[in-house]
Structures are given as C-alpha cells and as structure tokens.
Design a protein around this ligand. Structure first.
Ligand code: GLA
Length: 381
C-alpha cells in the first residue's frame, strides 16, 4: 500500500469518513551547492520520492488534532494558544508552522488528520522540511489562502529558525516547496528565483546513507555560519555570495588560515554550482560528476564538515567505472552522500558500493536510487 493509501485508510478508521484532502511534501537530496544557502549563494537540489503525507479535513473550531502513524500518538493544539516547545517533538513542527503563518498574517482554520512519512529522520534528507511543508499545505487546504512556494518556504524556515531554534538556511524548505518532477532545481538563495534542469541522459541519482549520525552537528553548523559571516564582513559585503573568485584570489592572504579555507569553500562552491547548471543543461554527465567530486574535496578539506564514514562511502562510489561523481550531501558530519551513476549499471553500482563500504568501515550502508519528484502538493482529491 502506498503512503497516500495508508494515511487515507487510517483517516477513515479514526474519523469515520473519507478525508477532504491528502497532501504531501518531499524530502530532498542536494546534488551540489553545499553550505552556500546561508551565504546568499546557489544550491542545486532535487526533491526526492520520499515524502510526508497528511490526510485531513477542516474542523469547525480553531483546533488542530493530528495523529502521527510514525510516532504512534495523537496531539492537539489551539491556533490561538500556541505553546513554545520545551523538548521538541513532531507536533512542535506543526505548531511552529502555524505560529509562523499567523505571524505573517495568514488567517488559519483548524483541521484534523493523520500524518505519516518515509523520509528517514536524521539522515540529512530533510524530513523536517517535508513535515513543515506538508503542514503548510494542510493549512492551505482548509484556510483558502493563495499558495506561493517561496512564501511558504520562508514561513517554514522561520518556524525552524525561530520556533524550533534550528538555524538552517532556505534550501530544504525551498526545494520541498518548489521541486519539479524529473528535474533538479537551481535556487538562487538571495532572490529565491529558481530554474530547473533535467539530469543528464541515461544517468540516475543514488543516495548513499552511511548509517552514521554525529552529535554536535548544530553547534558545528552555527560555527561555520559565523565564520562565513566574519569573512564576508572582512570583505565589506553582506554575504560571501558577493565576493568574486578573482577578488578572493587576490586578497585571500588577508584572512587567517581557518577563515580563508571556509571562505574558499563557499566562493568556489558557488562557482561550481553555476557550472553544474551549465553542464546539466548541456547533458554533460562527465563535467557534472567532476564538479561533484571537487565539491566533496572542498567540503572535506576547506569546510571540514565531512566524516570518515562519508569519505569512505564517497571513495567507494568514485572507484566505480559506473560513477560520474559522488560527494557528501546536506549539512555533513554523517548522514548521506549522493552519486551520479550510469543508469544501465546502477544495480552493480549499488552492490559494489555496499560491499566496499562494509569492508572499509564494518558498517552497513543504505543505498537507494531516487527520481526527482514534485514539491508540496495536494494528491487527493
Ligand atoms: C542543512 C541546512 C540547509 C543547508 C545545508 C548545507 O541541510 O538545513 O539549509 O545549509 O545544511 O548545505
């Protein structure tokens, strides 16, 4: 049974009627453009097939009543009495989105529904953004406001930043809101303009989950952000997006070594991401793969956000003739890598990388081939 059917049937069982609507919002994998979003730069993710679904119907009062199939519990809150989280649980994402939309002037109505998702939690595929955007879409269904993908992404990012206290950039929410089927999406994280591009012919995207999660990701992430902001201040600009490669080459010695390395990653990654767009539009898998390999090296050596497990799985992937290029994806320190692979050799690739990674780390990976899906949407009726 599909997730859509599962939430629909459970809704029936819980509420004794068919849902008025079923919405979904996807997780994401980023092909290139890492740690650039909070520098006002460019990212190139795609929405994946794994997603959060909500089956729902409006309520006459201003309450939200939601059942999580994954957490196996039921929670409720009133739209005029939103409680700040003490220990974050899944319902706080819904409350945060409600808070953020109301802060922005949206007039919200209550609803009741069933929530379930198959984006693995904590593996770097943005299960939080999927839950946030599915929630926004649920409110859209019952409240009757206009759907604007960028506005919804910003509202959900604010929920995460200001309600849940996680300082993420805009990438995850934006791709979950605005993903395009069968295409990756170049996002300008300053203007929020997007341009989609197809994957090169006869290639597939493979997600390589190292099955490792490292603590302290949040503090390391915030530290990187501060280092980038300090480097931007040094150059007298509001974000590293505004430092051209030539300017940096001329002036990099002015920066202390650590800050120089951090800035070098961001500035070169923005260039690689724009070149990746050109490669994708030209159907050039070889160049795209090389840019991904260079991105990993930069994230590992200059930005220092990789991990031994990520380096191991990327090395295993890049050793395969069937692989154009692989790199870590997402915030780093564990979680997933992404590879661009020849479609007709993908089964062999999956088997070989799994074995290679197990030999190298004595750990089991989770490897999945994924297509690109649409962003947040209503799938029923
Ligand atoms: C996390 C954040 C994103 C982005 C990436 C790194 O996924 O949520 O905003 O900064 O890390 O590219």
């Amino acid at each position: 049974m599909s997730l859509k059917e599962i939430v629909g049937q459970r809704f029936q069982a819980e509420f004794g009627a068919d849902p008025a609507s079923i919405v979904r919002a996807p997780g994401r994998v980023n092909l290139i453009g890492e740690h650039t979003d909070y520098n006002d730069g460019f990212v190139f993710p795609m929405a994946i097939e794994r997603a959060t679904f909500i089956a729902l119907r409006p309520r006459a009062d201003n309450k939200v009543v939601a059942i999580s199939l994954d957490m196996d519990n039921r929670r409720a809150f009133a739209l005029d009495d939103l409680q700040r989280p003490t220990e974050t649980e899944w319902i706080d994402y819904l409350i945060g989105v409600a808070w953020s939309l109301q802060e922005r002037g949206y007039d919200l109505r209550g609803w009741e529904g069933v929530v379930s998702g198959d984006v693995p939690i904590g593996s770097g595929l943005s299960s939080s953004a999927a839950l946030e955007l599915a929630t926004a879409r649920a409110f859209y269904e019952v409240s009757g406001f206009a759907w604007d993908a960028a506005a919804m992404a910003l509202a959900c990012q604010a929920a995460e930043n200001e309600w849940l206290g996680v300082k993420c950039g805009i990438m995850d929410q934006m791709i979950s809101a605005a993903g395009v089927a069968d295409r990756a999406l170049l996002i300008d994280c300053r203007s929020l303009e997007t341009a989609s591009a197809p994957l090169p012919p006869d290639t597939v995207v493979v997600i390589l989950d190292t099955n490792t999660r490292r603590g302290l990701v949040d503090s390391a992430y915030n530290e990187r952000r501060e280092q980038c902001e300090a480097a931007a201040r040094h150059f007298g600009v509001s974000a590293l997006r505004d430092v051209a490669g030539e300017t940096f080459a001329r002036r990099e010695q002015e920066l202390a070594p650590l800050m120089r390395a951090r800035a070098r990653h961001v500035i070169s990654e923005n260039e690689r991401t724009l070149r990746a767009r050109d490669a994708m539009n030209a159907g050039d898998a070889v160049t795209l793969g090389q840019l991904m390999i260079a991105s990993h090296i930069s994230l590992r050596d200059d930005f220092a956000v990789s991990s031994p497990a990520l380096d191991a799985i990327v090395a295993c992937a890049n050793a395969q003739d069937s692989c154009y290029g692989a790199r870590m994806t997402g915030a780093g320190f564990g979680g997933c890598a992404v590879a661009l692979v020849k479609a007709d050799q993908v089964e062999q690739f999956v088997a070989r990388v799994g074995a290679c990674y197990q030999d190298a780390t004595e750990n089991e990976s989770i490897i999945t081939v994924t297509g690109a899906s649409r962003g947040a949407e209503t799938v029923f009726p």
